[in-house]
Design a protein. Structure first.
Lengths: 196, 178
């Protein structure tokens, strides 16, 4: 019996994804710069956000641990087929680097959440972005209406700075600055809510 | 790769501010240095078998060249001493040999037979003799007539028989007990 169309398309897409991941990880393991740049663009932000979640929003310590995380990933890279296994390995390396960095610098001024010491898949969300997105959604609700409208206009409706500037009777540069301030406010709110 | 949600672009922008962009750029530089080191490390590993091959070739060339060098000249043949003294008459024997097929050997009370697994065994019969003889120097040298050799005195009644050619020496000395 033939597979239904969407299922077959998903299977084919899954195979392509695995092949692409194997190609990328194999090349990085051999020291290929282009492959590493591709990986870096995809995973830098994701690893950073993951560490922010498991560290309870400890931004300073996360920034300090990011370099060690990326170097360890680079040194120990091996070919991967399975995106899930690859992500589990990445976050395990990043979490270990973070813990080592905190211990090395004797930064005990702030308690670490228990999740940072738990193994992948034990007591932590599979996708830390889901937790961040939930926090982001709640923070958006807490913005004042002008800020929320600006964010929604830019990110939900896809309006340009010029369109938003016309609506708000201001300049595109002013819109850009106002958006940056609003994003910073959202970040502060999220980090505050991540604290243990 | 996970599916992108509606909020993900905003989430990325929220956490990818100027400070993080700067951090990202500096970490990228550190990673590039690490990558070039990684490539260098791989290259050095490739050098190991290459170096081993070069070493083997060099060793082979050395062995060939070494074979072409003539062997060092042996020093002159050393002299061998010959000690002679008269034997007691009771120790002098005469020998005669004959071939015997083992299956035809008959035991006799006045004979001793050697038993061997070989099909033919040499039976050596010894009989005492009362004769004793000595050789003068001339008679000794006469035994080697036509062979370049010399008899020299070494003091203490010792004399040495010297062969000029090594092959003569190796031919006669084992028999003379040299």
């Amino acid at each position: 019996m033939r597979e239904p169309g969407p299922a077959r398309a998903r299977a084919r897409s899954g195979q392509q994804e695995k092949a692409a991941l194997r190609d990328m990880t194999s090349k990085i393991a051999r020291g290929d710069e282009a492959a590493f740049n591709g990986f870096y663009e995809i995973y830098f932000s994701r690893i950073l956000r993951y560490l922010l979640v498991v560290s309870g929003g400890w931004e300073e310590a996360v920034h300090d641990a990011m370099q060690e995380s990326m170097i360890r990933i680079l040194r120990n890279m091996k070919p991967f087929d399975d995106p899930g296994a690859f992500w589990n390995w990445l976050r395990r390396v990043a979490r270990t680097a973070f813990i080592d960095q905190v211990r090395k610098e004797r930064r005990f001024d702030r308690p670490l959440p228990r999740s940072v010491f738990e193994k992948s898949g034990e007591g932590e969300a599979d996708d830390p972005d889901a937790e961040l997105e939930a926090l982001l959604a709640s923070c958006l609700e807490d913005l004042d209406s002008a800020e929320r409208n600006l964010i929604e206009g830019k990110y939900r409706m896809g309006k340009s700075y010029e369109d938003l500037a016309r609506e708000l009777e201001t300049t595109p540069k002013a819109v850009e600055s106002r958006l940056a301030r609003t994003r910073k406010k959202l970040k502060t709110m999220i980090l505050e809510r991540l604290k243990p | 790769m996970k599916q992108r949600s509606e909020l993900e672009p905003l989430l990325e922008d929220v956490f990818l501010d100027e400070r993080v962009e700067s951090l990202k750029a500096s970490i990228r530089s550190a990673c590039m240095a690490e990558l070039s080191g990684k490539r260098g490390h791989r290259f050095r590993w490739w050098l190991v078998p290459a170096a081993a091959a070069v070493l083997l070739v060099a060793l082979r060339v050395f062995v060939i060249l070494e074979g072409e060098i003539p062997a060092p000249v042996q020093p002159d043949t050393p002299s061998y001493y010959v000690f002679t003294r008269p034997l007691d008459s009771g120790r002098l024997v005469t020998t005669s040999s004959s071939a015997v097929e083992p299956h035809r050997v008959h035991a006799r009370s006045d004979r001793h037979f050697l038993v061997s697994r070989q099909e033919v065994v040499d039976v050596v019969r010894t009989e005492p003799t009362g004769r004793i003889g000595t050789l003068t120097d001339e008679e000794m040298l006469a035994l080697f007539a036509g062979i370049p050799c010399a008899l020299i005195e070494k003091g203490d009644n010792r004399k040495a028989l010297i062969f000029i050619h090594a092959e003569d020496e190796s031919r006669f000395m084992p028999k003379l007990g040299g």
